[in-house]
Design a binder for this molecule. Sequence first.
Ligand code: APR
Ligand code: PHB
Length: 394
Amino acid sequence: MRTQVAIVGAGPAGLLLGALLHRHGVDNVIVEQRSPDYVLGRIRAGVLEQVTVGLLEEAGVAARLHAEGLPHSGFDMCFAGQRQRIDLQRLVGKHVTVYGQTEVTRDLMDHRTAIGRQTVYDAQDVAVHGFDSAHPSVTWREGGVAHELQADFIVGCDGFHGVCRASVPAGAIQTFEKVYPFGWLGVLADVPPVAHELIYGNTERGFMLASMRSATRSRYYVQCSLDDKVENWSDDAFWDEFRRRLPADDAARLVTGPSIEKSIAPLRSFVAEPMRFGRLFLAGDAAHIVPPTGAKGLNLAAGDVGLLSRALAEFYASSGPARSAGIDSYSQRALARVWKAERFSWWFTSLMHQFPENGAFGARMQLAELDYLFTSDAAQRVVAENYVGLPLAA
Ligand code: APR
Ligand code: PHB
């Protein structure tokens, strides 16, 4: 088999890259280790920046998003009995859209089927070869039969635990990592959201987040200890804890019900540099991880593939040495945006969670920062500018 761009991973990054490359007339094949149902079964992010919405529109995959997505022009922050709405529309003239990653993935999968682009699912023992030459390839086994896909370029959209970053020689890559001393216990339930916008809370019992997927489906989180186990949390135990962390008015309104998904996720900040190795590029979680507090994971992945799809399209549309300008600058331009989102996600996580190990002074620093944020339009504008997402480099 042969294609122009081989994409490893059919998560949001791989599928969106495939759709954008198709729009530019660039042939691509996706190789995914799991089944379509497994990929769709992952419960992940839920907030889309306008840049992400724009890329989905560019890919021709935004119809259902516009029909069913929920525009949000602000969100609430709570601490020590105080509550402040961050008015995104007033502060920076932008909004975000609440639309589950599962739905984004479903829309991208349906679109890929409609355009007839190939996705290999259930690929085993996927490996990447020759990306330091002009003839890279991807191999895998399917039903005991060995397959090879030759390509001009390989893009690793295979997530944090994927094979592509792991295939880069140790001396060619530098990584930066911070693991947080707690996790998020998350519940998905078909109950109406407790409020019409998101509520982020820093309470004495720990962080809480009231989010949603629609007017009838809620997504709630509480900070939990790293050695906590999801089997220790009955639905009733979760609802009791969540209700205790909600502001009193919202707690009184909380509608509970059976969880349809319940899981504990660790929080990590991670960046791999660079994001290009010869004919191999990394995009999305394959290159970076953010703690979910700032809702940046899916949006950073979209930004990466937005930049890379344009760079690859320029390569195929041009001739002469200038054709490589975009792909040669991809890593630097993507990392400039990634690190700013890493900073915001780290800052927001540091502000909104309980860190007993930081002692009384650390707790006072949090309270002082929150008190300043709640009383300063300038401080709120900084939060708003980062929350709605920074522009995609030209
Ligand atoms: N071979 C083929 N596919 C692989 C391999 C491999 N060796 N390893 C992983 N994959 C697949 C996974 O099964 C998954 O479907 O790559 C895909 C990676 O998808 P994600 O982990 O969702 O990463 P990405 O597409 O970058 O999405 C980034 O979206 O999931 C949200 O917020 C979350 O930050 C995350 C963002
Ligand atoms: C979610 O709805 O899953 C969500 C929303 C906002 C965040 C994190 C997660 O900051």
